[in-house]
Design a protein around this ligand. Structure first.
Ligand code: FBP
Length: 268
């Protein structure tokens, strides 16, 4: 009995439709409490997941990324949910590995409209994550959900995780493993990021935000560079919810992503 995922292969289904506005997208990521620890990234305000849910709504984000515990206790259903089904903490040292902690079925029961999964490309454990993602992607498609892969090159063999060569390898890995969208780091300029976008083929490309940039303009220029390179959008966390006015930052991002404005001519 072929799975639904198999019977839909080759079809024109745009899996990411729930997260797109005119083909573009802006996602809010909030799994840093697990990934980095609360004392590294959070303050009195943004340690509260309800505050982030409010930013997602007021900032008109196309989606919010939560781990299952946050989704169970804080998700209000007003912004499409991407349920991250694996994750790791920052305390253990050595080659990175991130394993499944939530089933696709349970993610669906929490209201997920997409599944998120991190793959550490280059890690000694990459094969385990490739295999696990392969199964999860098929289960997600069977449930009618897209699978978004955070593809982060990491481990002792990775010298520079933002080089053209490595970021495009991450993008291609996501495509070949069946991701409907890949979340990758910015390479630093439009030309090199264009190659990563080409390498991702029909998998949509989301730029990962990274630590808070020193100025708004510095961050907005990266976003503009990624959009000019053909990225679908941005999946951002700290540069929004660490901002003193996250809704204003979301407005700047919308002007770049949806209106294609240059940073210099934006309404501020
Ligand atoms: P940021 O915009 O805050 O960088 O969030 C994007 C993200 O992918 C999060 O989903 C995740 O928690 C974090 O980055 C992982 O960061 P790291 O590069 O330290 O693994």
């Amino acid at each position: 009995m072929p799975s639904k995922a198999k019977s839909q292969s080759g079809s024109k289904k745009q899996w990411m439709n729930n997260f797109l506005t005119d083909g573009k997208s802006m996602l809010l990521a909030y799994d840093q409490g697990l990934e980095h620890g609360p004392s590294v990234d959070f303050n009195d305000k943004n340690v509260d997941p309800s505050y982030i849910m409010e930013i997602a709504l007021k900032g008109r984000f196309n989606g919010i990324v939560f781990q299952k515990g946050l989704a169970e206790k804080y998700y209000t259903g007003k912004v499409p949910l991407i349920l991250k089904v694996n994750g790791k903490a920052a305390l253990a040292k050595g080659e990175p590995v991130s394993r499944q902690n939530c089933s696709v079925e349970y993610a669906v029961s929490l209201g997920a409209k997409a599944i998120g999964y991190t793959i550490y490309l280059g890690s000694a454990y990459e094969a385990d994550m490739f295999q696990e993602f392969g199964r999860i992607q098929e289960e997600a498609h069977d449930a009618g959900l897209p699978a978004i892969a955070w593809v982060y090159p990491r481990g002792a063999v990775i010298q520079n995780d933002t080089s053209r060569e490595i970021v495009s390898y991450a993008a291609r890995t996501g495509l070949e493993l069946g991701a409907d969208a890949v979340k990758i780091k910015y390479t630093g300029d439009t030309d090199s990021f264009s190659w990563a976008v080409k390498s991702a083929g029909k998998a949509l490309v989301f730029m990962s935000g990274g630590p808070k940039a020193p100025t708004d303009d510095a961050f907005l220029k990266q976003v503009k560079g990624a959009i000019d390179a053909g990225a679908t959008g941005l999946a951002v966390g700290r540069n929004v919810w660490q901002h003193p006015d996250p809704v204003k930052m979301a407005d700047y991002l919308r002007q770049i992503i949806f209106e294609r404005k240059a940073v210099e001519v934006m309404q501020k």
